[in-house]
Ligand binder design. Structure first.
Ligand code: 6PG
Length: 255
């Protein structure tokens, strides 16, 4: 990992990014499934992960993964119905979930359709606490440990629905929040930085030349601790890998 705290894997192009990240995820899940009953994966929204989800659904990788042991969660969700074109659940359903033999009870979407985002956030946290066996604990704050978290990076450096200047960036207690995102003029549902930072493995998928600058500013050695939200994600005990395509990586200097 080196002292920078993350690894970078550069694929030739978007196709290569999908193939390489799918190979990594399949092998990682297969290895974990041999030593634990349930493997918890947090999915990302956006467009870049489409290729990964599509590959995982194809027989080459689908047959490697013991889907009955996999539990899918979301890192964030838009406040729309699950049928809406913006829904992160819909993206994952169409590209992955509808094409693999994962039991429906293993799929844990956020309630984007709830007209009360705060309530939806609280309900998701309650579900997570039950899943991880961590009741509402007033004493020390304990956190869930997801096995794998998949994230993307927005042009402004956001990740999940952790946007610049958001109150969610400094959240230290709650696992799930529903910040109002002024630039989008809407609420979003999102897991919080401490939750992401307890994960055993976090991977970012970033593609395209338009992302080259936000990566350069956020990752390059010697750069100020960037104010970009995606750089808040530094797993305290887990591994962090950036899967990039050549276009997204083409402005990166020494890391
Ligand atoms: C979302 C995602 C968001 C996404 C970035 C990058 O709900 O949109 O959680 O954080 O990962 O916006 O999106 P692309 O990978 O499509 O550029």
């Amino acid at each position: 990992m080196g002292n920078k705290g993350f690894e970078v894997i550069i694929a030739r192009d978007l196709e290569g990014l999908a193939q390489q990240s799918a190979g990594f995820v399949a092998q990682y899940v297969l290895k974990l499934a041999k030593v634990k009953k349930r493997v918890s994966i947090v999915l990302s929204g956006g467009i870049t992960p489409r290729g990964l989800y599509d590959r995982l659904a194809r027989s080459e990788f689908q047959k490697l993964i013991p889907w009955h042991q996999v539990h899918l969660f979301w890192g964030d969700e838009r406040c729309v119905s699950s049928q809406h074109w913006e829904s992160n659940y819909r993206l994952a359903y169409e590209t992955l979930i509808s094409r693999v033999p994962i039991p429906s009870q293993n799929v844990h979407p956020m309630s984007g359709e709830d007209p009360h985002p705060e309530r939806a956030a609280g309900e998701y946290e309650k579900m997570l606490r039950q899943f991880f066996g961590l009741p509402q604990n007033k004493r020390g704050q304990r956190w869930p440990q997801f096995d794998l978290v998949i994230l993307g990076v927005g042009l402004d450096g956001h990740t999940a629905s952790l946007f610049p200047l958001s109150s969610a960036l400094g959240e230290k207690k709650r696992w799930v929040v529903a910040p109002f995102v002024a630039k989008l003029r809407t609420h979003r549902l999102t897991l919080t930085p401490p939750v992401f930072n307890r994960a055993a493995q976090v991977i970012f998928l970033v593609s395209g030349k338009e992302k080259a600058l936000v990566l350069k500013k956020g990752l390059e050695k010697g750069r100020l601790r960037s104010s970009f939200p995606y750089r808040l994600i530094r797993p305290s005990h887990g591994r962090l890998i950036f899967f990039l395509d050549a276009e997204a990586a083409n402005q990166l200097g020494p890391l």
